[in-house]
Structures are given as C-alpha cells and as structure tokens.
Design a protein around this ligand. Structure first.
Ligand code: HEM
Ligand code: HEM
Length: 176
C-alpha cells in the first residue's frame, strides 16, 4: 500500500485556531445536549447563555479560519488522489458545519422572536425578521449530530495517519 506522507506543517495560527475550535465545538455540544435537562430558572438560563456564547465563539473562529486560509493557504497535501480528495472534502464539510451549526441556532432563536443573549448580558437582536419557525431548530439539531459524526470520522482518520501510516499528521497538528 502507498504510504501517505503529509509533508505540510501547519503554522502556529492554523494550529491555535484548529484546537480552540475543537474545544469550543465539543463544549458547545455537551452544553447544548444537556441544557434542556436543567429545571426552568436561573440554572437553565445560564446554561443556554453559555451554549449561545460558545457557539458564537465557534462562528467567530470559523470566520477567522476562512480569512486565515485566504491569507495563508495550506501547502498541497501528498499521497494518493482519493486520500487528498477525501481529506479536502472532510475539511470543507467541517468548516461548513462550524458555520452552519451556529448560524442555524441563531436563526432558530430569531425566527421565534427571541434575542440571543451572550457573554453575560450582551443581546444579539435579529437584524431582519426571520421566517421559517421551527425549521431552524430542527436543522440545528440535525446539523449538530452530523457534525459530531464528521468529527468522529476526522479523529479516526487522524489516528489512522498517526499510528498506522506513521506520518506524524497528528503530532504535526499539535506541535507543528
Ligand atoms: C458549534 C456550535 C454549536 C453546537 C455544536 C450546538 C449543538 C447543539 C445541540 C447538540 C443541541 C441539542 C439538540 C437537541 O437534541 O435538541 C442544541 C440545541 C440548541 N442550540 Fe445549539 N449548538 C451550537 C451553537 C448554537 C448557537 C450559536 C445558538 C444560538 C445562538 C444555538 C441555539 C440552540 C438552541 C435554541 C437549541 C435548542 C433547539 C431546540 O429547541 O430544538 N446553538 N445545540
Ligand atoms: C470540532 C472539531 C474539529 C474541527 C472543526 C476540525 C477541522 C479541521 C480542519 C478544517 C482541518 C484542515 C486544516 C485547517 O483548516 O485547520 C483539520 C486538520 C486536522 N485535524 Fe481537525 N478538526 C477538529 C477536531 C480534531 C481533533 C479532535 C483531532 C485529533 C484527534 C484533529 C486532528 C486533525 C489533524 C491531525 C489535522 C491535519 C490534517 C492534515 O495535515 O491534512 N481535529 N481539522
């Protein structure tokens, strides 16, 4: 079998954005899937605010990542075409989801006529009337689950590269 040698080495900014995003997405997911369990009141309001704040940060980092990619494109990956294509498609899907998941969450609140309060009291009002009712909430849930599946596949691919192909893909993403 051909061994993939991922020669590219991600820089400091790429790595910082990558790991900050990973941490924020996983925290947003954990809070998002447990916040409805809280009894109504201050505790649940706090959990919801935390969820929205983490999600808005994910959106901010996604914008930063896209901007950074335009300024400093990744050097081309090495390896068989199907692997390069697969990796590019997966990275594109992950970037799309870091935008689509928080955006659908925001639209859900706005479509229901609610402001989104973040970072301890800062309200984000709908910039325009949002149609669609419950459709955004359903979309948010489906996309959030899809994102978890995509992350699981991405992590498996990273472990496969690191420990089976032994191309240090994961070490490089951690230490550069
Ligand atoms: C990457 C960021 C985010 C992730 C991973 C995420 C994930 C989740 C998950 C797993 C749920 C539970 C779905 C369910 O089982 O019902 C949820 C619910 C929810 N999230 Fe997010 N979320 C993110 C960002 C946001 C943002 C930015 C907002 C809004 C500003 C938001 C608003 C909501 C709302 C309103 C619900 C309840 C939806 C419902 O009642 O069906 N989320 N989120
Ligand atoms: C929310 C979670 C995650 C997202 C959205 C994400 C997204 C991405 C994206 C878009 C890239 C391409 C480079 C870039 O634009 O920065 C990438 C690369 C990479 N990620 Fe993740 N990632 C996540 C979590 C993880 C986790 C938990 C691991 C480790 C177990 C991991 C390991 C890697 C590795 C090794 C690469 C380098 C691949 C290469 O050299 O082509 N990622 N990730």
């Amino acid at each position: 079998m051909t061994t993939t040698v991922a020669l590219r080495s991600p820089g400091m900014a790429t790595r910082a954005i990558h790991w900050a995003t990973a941490l924020l997405v996983l925290s947003a997911w954990v809070v998002g899937s447990t916040m409805e369990e809280f009894p109504r009141g201050a505790g649940r309001d706090l959990a919801m605010q935390l969820h929205y704040s983490l999600g808005i940060l994910v959106l901010g980092f996604a914008a930063l990542r896209v901007a950074w990619r335009l300024v400093a494109p990744l050097p081309p990956a090495q390896g068989p075409a199907w692997q390069r294509l697969g990796a590019a498609a997966m990275h594109l899907a992950l970037i799309g989801l870091t935008i689509g998941v928080p955006l659908s969450g925001l639209l859900d609140r706005w479509a229901r006529g609610r402001a989104v309060t973040v970072f301890g009291g800062f309200p984000l009002q709908a910039p325009f009337p949002v149609p669609g009712g419950r459709i955004w909430g359903e979309t948010h849930e489906v996309l959030a689950n899809l994102m978890l599946a995509a992350i699981a596949a991405h992590v498996l691919a990273a472990l496969w590269h690191q420990f089976i192909l032994r191309d240090r893909a994961l070490s490089r993403m951690i230490r550069g």
